[in-house]
Design a protein around this ligand. Structure first.
Ligand SMILES: *Cc1c(COP(=O)(O)O)cnc(C)c1O
Length: 433
């Protein structure tokens, strides 16, 4: 399969090149040239299939030409070694819990898959690949855990000192092995700028083989389509006639885009709902046809604090830039911190289900957008204990931290402190490599 850039100003590349490069030279995002259909028989049998089998079938459509089937099957099986259950919250409303992976958030799926795919492509090569990732918290933990112990790859996580939660910090500073945490005296934007400068630095690139584990990477975003099929399959077991509507808490729109790919492969989802917090440029685009990216504002659903969603161009490309067909498949809603907080409290009181701030947006949007005759699924993108302080403030009740999550806090923190200075960062990279 060849991959083209959404900017259409550079030539098509192989899967390997798309994965190793991440971004196209013209700054566009890579898209597969074709999106294969799965046969009707697959959809007839899907409700009897387990997650791994479903995902292996879907993965072969995307990556089957480029990776031998037994290896691809292993990559998929390794990625989905945890459960992704569909639970009923109330009549006609279901939640797909994406947070049973090692760092208790949905980014684990994409990060693990990308780690294994990148390793498949580079492990036989002499030179180790250095993955650079800047994080405001969640991405760093998912990438660090996804890449932990993976052959041929070393990960450097850059994070703003004192600006991530204790649990998040523990998830990428206590791992050791091929994971190095760089604690930068600066903000998340400073960390991101250091990483960007590293990719543009000629000397560094001539000495080290650098790549990013950014969410725009095809190996991180495409595997997120797997669990949409699993969600639908589980819903069919309960109600074979259900008209499914899926609500996705959205920031950079990677998760939603993966869902749209699943629909394009024939998954009979009626439509999607994008749930925004106050950072609602995507909702605005759907309503008006105008896209005006801007700086993000801080909210309690902070993994969705995105003012210029990086996967927006993929959605435009997938729909041939046609606003009408896009709005036929997707509607969007937005929520304030107060609405999110109230929802967490009231939902726990009324149903017993504890939402995290991101899942709460998905739930609210589903309640607002679901039409008579439809069955709704919302994605719970993080475990509520990851946002313990916020959730406790909303409910007034203590949140128990799962043992595996608490276990990160037991280990010793190791990080390398760095001032916000590119030449010192560069020296450190060369010294540590
Ligand atoms: C990253 C993230 C999101 C947003 O996902 P996108 O693919 O960026 O739209 C939502 N919730 C949580 C918990 C996240 O970590």
């Amino acid at each position: 399969m060849r991959y083209y850039s959404t900017q259409k100003q550079s030539s098509t590349v192989s899967l390997k090149e798309a994965v190793v490069k991440g971004l196209a030279p013209d700054r566009g995002l890579y898209m597969p040239e074709t999106i294969g259909q799965l046969p009707t028989s697959f959809y007839k049998e899907i409700s009897g299939m387990n997650l791994t089998t479903i995902a292996q079938t879907v993965a072969r459509k995307f990556f089957g030409e480029d990776i031998p089937q037994d290896e691809l099957d292993t990559i998929v099986a390794d990625t989905l070694s945890f459960a992704i259950p569909l639970r009923k919250v109330e009549e006609n409303i279901w939640v797909l819990e994406l947070f049973h992976g090692p760092t208790f958030a949905f980014k684990d799926v994409g990060a693990r898959f990308m780690a294994r795919m990148l390793s498949h492509f580079v492990k036989k090569e002499q030179e180790e690949v250095k993955v650079l990732v800047a994080t405001s918290g969640d991405t760093g933990s998912a990438v660090a855990n996804g890449f932990l112990g993976v052959e041929g790859i070393h990960v450097f996580v850059l994070y703003p000192s004192g600006k991530v939660s204790d649990i998040q910090e523990a998830q990428f500073t206590t791992l050791g092995k091929n994971i190095t945490a760089l604690e930068v005296d600066g903000t998340f934007d400073d960390c991101q700028a250091l990483v960007k400068n590293a990719f543009m630095d000629e000397e560094l690139n001539s000495q080290l083989r650098l790549t990013s584990a950014n969410s725009i990477n095809v190996a991180r975003f495409l595997p997120q389509s797997f669990y949409y099929f699993h969600a639908w399959a589980q819903l069919m077991r309960h109600n074979p006639a259900a008209k499914a509507v899926i609500s996705v808490p959205s920031g950079n729109l990677g998760n939603l885009t993966a869902g749209l790919f699943a629909k394009r492969m024939g998954l009979p989802v009626e439509r999607f709902i994008a749930a925004n917090n106050r950072n609602d440029v995507f909702r605005e685009y759907l309503l008006t046809g105008n896209y005006s990216p801007r700086s993000s504002v801080q909210t309690i659903a902070n993994a969705m604090d995105v003012g210029a969603p990086s996967n927006f161009d993929r959605i435009l490309d997938l729909y041939g830039h046609d606003h009408r067909t896009i709005t036929g498949d997707i509607t969007a809603y937005r929520y304030s911190d107060e609405e999110i907080c109230n929802t967490i409290r009231v939902t726990q009181q009324q149903t017993g289900y504890l939402l995290d701030p991101h899942g709460a947006c998905g739930y609210l949007a589903l309640k607002e957008g679901l039409q008579p005759g439809e069955s709704g699924i919302f994605l719970a993108t993080a475990h509520p204990a990851k946002f313990k302080e916020t959730v406790e403030e909303c409910t007034g009740k203590p949140v128990t931290i799962p043992e595996d999550l608490a276990a990160f806090m037991q280990n010793k923190k190791e990080s390398i402190e760095l001032p916000n200075d590119f030449s010192l960062f560069k020296k450190a990279l060369l010294r540590l490599s």
